[in-house]
Design a protein around this ligand. Sequence first.
Ligand code: NDP
Ligand code: OXD
Length: 306
Amino acid sequence: MRIVYFSVDRDEDKWLPGLRAALPGADVSLWEPGSAAADYAIVWKPPQQLLNEQTRLKAIFNTGAGVDALMKLNLPDGVPLIRLDDAGMAVQMAEYVCHALIRHFREFDAYEADTRAGKWSYRKPLSRADFPVGIMGLGVLGARVARAVAQFDFPVNGWSQSVKALPGVQCFAGRTQLSDFLAASRVLVCLLPLTADTQGILNHAHLSHLQSGGYVINVARGAHLVDADLLALIDSGHLSGATLDVFRTEPLPAEHLFWTHPKITVTPHTSARTLRSESIAQIAGKLVALARGDVVAGVVDRAHGY
Ligand code: NDP
Ligand code: OXD
């Protein structure tokens, strides 16, 4: 079995030894223009040239959860595209979102400013009943985040494409229930895949439906958010701030207003990192299962784009 690996991050020195160790019978090599035909490709943001040249692929593995970069390419018909399915990302996402939520709800930034100024002062405790959390996307990551947030006794709403029933979560589905979902939420967490349907979904019209004092946590993709709309709604006072991990351009350009806005926290696309050993183990396991003819999880539905 021949496998080619390529990542735009040029981290093959770290991935190739792990893949070779996990798949001892396979010939695993870095894809370069003109590489011999392989059975499987393991990729992150590959060039179109890889897909054009590799015409015998039986499956393409994406070393991330989001396949939006791959979906922009001209993909070979009938070749399954398989994404990472948790692989250690869900717990990281739960930590990140709970941290951002609790930091906001418990006003830890204000406490920190006070204590740095040598002030010992109390703020009136807020009620978590007044901070319902709405999670857009109830997939592998969103469902894990919903469970973690519910454990802190926040009211939790969730929104997905298909109808769901999750314990402790008031579930909404489809565009017809989007405004009810938003109106029931004060803190909004975006964990949607980036598709034609979800691009720009965090816009003025939708964010205006959030309860007054709304707070946005975007951990999905930068293109879900209309940056100027977020800034306008924070400036108008309808929204109280945001924690943003993903941006339309990454790294976030030095001149972008998000860097210095006092009500916006920026992190460098780090909410849920791809963990190499977990990811290699998952991909190797699925590759062997596929080669045996078994069904594997995480196969992308090309029509839906995720
Ligand atoms: P899943 O495919 O498991 O879940 C996607 C969820 O979004 C599903 O619940 C799906 O609904 C819902 N959804 C999709 N389209 C729509 C729509 N048009 N309307 C309503 N709901 C919709 O993905 P993951 O949970 O694994 O990952 C989610 C995203 O998180 C990734 O695509 C990626 O962009 C981002 N990500 C970010 C990382 C970071 O470090 N910042 C790390 C990893 C991922 P249904 O269940 O009904 O299909
Ligand atoms: C992913 C990511 O999609 O790292 O896995 O953003």
